[in-house]
Ligand binder design. Structure first.
Ligand SMILES: *Cc1c(COP(=O)(O)O)cnc(C)c1O
Length: 419
């Protein structure tokens, strides 16, 4: 459920007509609904209500906008960050350092030091090498770094190959069979407070069975580690729960996920940690665009819009589907291919799809664009960096400015020898 609905035949974001925002900010523009964001944050937390000890860390990479983080901070969410930049955003949004988890396979020494100085709550180690380095740096600072070891459970999350992270061939985590020995070596290091294990098998997971299998393996590993004398107090189960991208699609939701987790982890007696991203932000945003023109072609026309793959890369990168709707639909439909202006054939949002009839100058929206949307935007083809707006009931505000090509040009210079 979201708060982007038609009122009097025109698409609104909460109480604001989408056309009002497009008229003042221009297009393309991302619009987030604060009420939707809060609703998803609460529904996810309610899905886990039966679990006695838990910590929810929003996966910042899915939508790092400061205003979005601020909303989630006020909902009691911590943050799962994968770079110093994301850590600084989470702190700037008012999230307590202790509620921040630092994930990622390539944390640099500088990032590890900065995160230790900031006092973040947990490092999710991706290798023994990283653990040894973190222990050294922490010991030099007179600290013990709270950490868990990320395990690669070698299950197929049955999602797009580019967003699968829990198979043996993926770069993430350490092999399950090597974990007990590695855990023992890391646990003995002065600078580490090794307190548990983590996994994250992929994103846009639409079938709970692979996650269940992964968690069962985590439970077996937990028992093995405890039998070896380790006091394991934290297990991080990652994120990855999928969202419906197509109108009418139904998927397992937070309540189903929570029930599955509760069943698998019933006797674990640990603090369970979660890192949801897409399930919180996906449906909370749309990308609004204007139709540049409709180009006649056989057998179907091309609808050329002013948003492109640089603004929303998911269709080009992951073959992802986003519903495409007119802001003021006439009720008629047409079959067309929806494309952006970028000079790449992959700049295609929808192929030969039945869509609302649109014509030059009409506004349209790509739905479910709140996750992995603006955050992946770039300026390819010397286009502007897309702006972001947040709506709250009757009020709205720009929460990220459009960065014009001239601003980006101003950051470049011609070397003396070419002048
Ligand atoms: C990307 C990522 C997440 C969030 O994934 P979603 O599919 O957006 O829920 C959580 N944890 C880690 C380690 C990640 O890399």
């Amino acid at each position: 459920m979201d708060h982007f609905a038609y009122q009097n035949g025109v698409l609104h974001a909460e109480n604001i007509p989408v056309a009002t925002i497009a008229g003042q900010v221009g297009t393309p523009v991302y619009i987030y609904s604060e009420a939707t964001l809060r609703r998803h944050a609460r529904v996810f937390a309610e899905g886990l209500a039966a679990l006695p000890k838990k910590h929810i860390a929003f996966a910042v990479k899915s939508n790092p906008n400061l205003a979005v983080l601020r909303v989630l901070a006020s909902e009691g969410y911590g943050a799962d960050v994968v770079s110093q930049g994301e850590m600084e955003r989470a702190l700037a949004a008012g999230m307590p350092a202790a509620d921040i988890v630092f994930s990622g396979v390539g944390k640099t020494r500088a990032e590890l030091s900065a995160a230790l100085r900031a006092g973040i709550g947990q490092f999710n180690l991706e290798s023994e090498e990283e653990g040894v380095e973190l222990a050294q740096i922490a010991a030099q600072m007179g600290l013990r770094a709270p950490a868990v070891l990320r395990v690669n459970p070698d299950v197929d999350a049955k999602t797009h190959e580019k967003i699968s992270t829990g198979k043996a061939e993926n770069k993430f985590g350490v092999a399950l069979d090597q974990t007990p020995a590695m855990y023992a070596r890391l646990a003995s290091l002065e600078g580490l407070d090794l307190r548990g294990i983590a996994c994250h098998i992929g994103s846009q997971i639409t079938d709970l069975e692979p996650s269940r299998q992964a968690f069962i393996r985590m439970g077996e590993l937990l028992a093995t580690l405890r039998a070896a004398g380790h006091a394991v107090t934290h297990v991080d189960l990652g994120g990855g729960l999928g969202v419906p991208y197509r109108m009418g699609e139904t998927l397992p939701g937070p309540a189903d996920y929570g029930a599955m987790v509760a069943a698998v982890t019933a006797d674990w007696d640990v603090t369970l940690m979660f890192e949801p991203g897409r399930v919180i932000t996906g449906n909370s945003g749309i990308l609004v665009t204007e139709v540049v023109r409709v180009k006649a072609a056989e057998p179907y026309p091309f609808v050329v819009v002013d948003a492109a793959m640089n603004d929303l890369v998911r269709p080009a990168m992951y073959d992802a589907w986003h519903d495409f709707v007119a802001v003021a639909p006439t009720g008629e439909t047409m079959t067309a291919t929806v494309v952006g202006p970028i000079c790449e054939s992959s700049d295609t949002f929808a192929k030969r799809r039945e869509i609302d009839v649109v014509k030059q100058g009409d506004l349209a929206a790509f739905r479910t664009a709140g996750a992995y949307g603006a955050t992946m935007a770039n300026t390819y083809n010397s286009r502007a960096l897309v702006p972001e707006v947040m709506v709250n009931g009757d009020q709205w505000a720009i929460v990220a400015n459009r960065i014009e090509p001239a601003t980006i040009l101003a950051a470049e210079q011609v070397p003396d020898w070419l002048k």
